[in-house]
Design a protein around this ligand. Structure first.
Ligand SMILES: *Cc1c(COP(=O)(O)O)cnc(C)c1O
Length: 295
């Protein structure tokens, strides 16, 4: 099967009195619109991994994630779309939630495993799939050079140049890919990474691992709101207002934190007047279903 999606990821301008006051033009790249389930950076990260699986004649994707993992769900849907079987190895004791419901609905088999054994993913793969020549290992979050390559393709789609690009970081693979894309096109765009983890400085090593040429970029580590998956009333309030103002749905784990950072940096005059800024909407809005009680 031809492993490809027609990429539909328009760029929309975000109008706001703050941006007018500061002389900024702000845009958002709607990677959340690429696919309703295989959304955002998760499709970009999976594309070359799936091509590699196909080239090796493997038709069973095996991957890993927490019970709310956007990567698990994207893999489940991509597997169904492109004719693979899929198994998700899920961290922690057996639970039911909306993400896992959607994974199962796309035919993904789920294996729950305790946190201790979850740490050694190659060992888990061996335990369950040692004799299965169809099985193809995909690391948690899809972190790999292939994933970074897929993310670099985002830059090919840009029809304007920007002074700044902002993107949320989990593993940092998406950030690395976009930075590589910026370099491949010889753009002078400043890349701004927003880690969603506490003590996010470590992400620099993760990003640098996948850079094709050493590059300076900006790391904004103070927008984690307590850590991965954590929120505050301030962040939730910001998200509600953003959705009402723009009609663009965002979630608190990734894009909400990145956009909060963008507004905060703009208010603090971080960006020079006249700057053109592009925020990347990396998708993942199904994650909202697991956070309804926070709203
Ligand atoms: C996974 C994910 C990210 C983080 O991507 P990395 O490549 O791991 O840094 C960002 N946004 C959303 C919505 C995600 O699902």
């Amino acid at each position: 099967m031809n492993i490809d999606l027609e990429i539909f990821s328009p760029v929309h301008q975000i109008k706001n009195i703050l941006f007018d006051d500061k002389g900024l033009e702000v845009f958002i790249k709607r990677d959340d619109m690429i696919h309703p389930i295989i959304s955002g950076n998760k499709w970009r990260k999976l594309k070359h991994i799936l091509l590699q699986a196909q080239a090796q004649g493997k038709n069973h994707l095996v991957t890993f994630g927490g019970a709310y993992s956007n990567h698990l769900l994207a893999t489940a849907a991509a597997a169904a779309r492109f004719g693979f079987k899929a198994t998700g190895i899920v961290r922690g004791e057996e639970v039911q939630n909306d993400t896992l419901f959607l994974c199962r609905l796309h035919g993904m088999q789920l294996i729950f495993t305790n946190r201790e054994s979850y740490r050694d993913k190659p060992a888990l793969f061996k335990k369950y799939f040692a004799d299965n020549t169809d099985a193809f290992f995909i690391d948690e979050g899809g972190a790999s050079a292939e994933a970074a390559k897929g993310c670099s393709e985002l830059v090919n789609e840009l029809t304007q140049s920007y002074d700044h690009i902002l993107c949320a970081c989990g593993t940092g693979t998406t950030a690395a890919g976009i930075i590589n894309g910026i370099n491949q096109h010889n753009l002078s765009t400043q890349f701004n990474a927003i880690p969603v983890f506490k003590n996010g400085d470590f992400i620099k090593d993760e990003i640098d691992k996948f850079l094709l040429t050493p590059t300076n970029y900006q790391l904004h580590t103070s927008y984690h709101f307590g850590g991965y998956g954590k929120t505050t009333n301030e962040l939730i309030g910001f998200i509600k207002q953003f959705v009402i103002d723009t009609g663009i749905l965002i979630e608190p784990v990734y894009t909400g934190k990145m956009l909060y950072a963008l507004y905060d940096l703009a208010a603090k005059d971080y960006f020079k007047p006249g700057s053109k800024i592009l925020a990347i909407h990396t998708g993942g809005i199904w994650g909202l279903l697991g956070m309804k009680d926070k709203f």
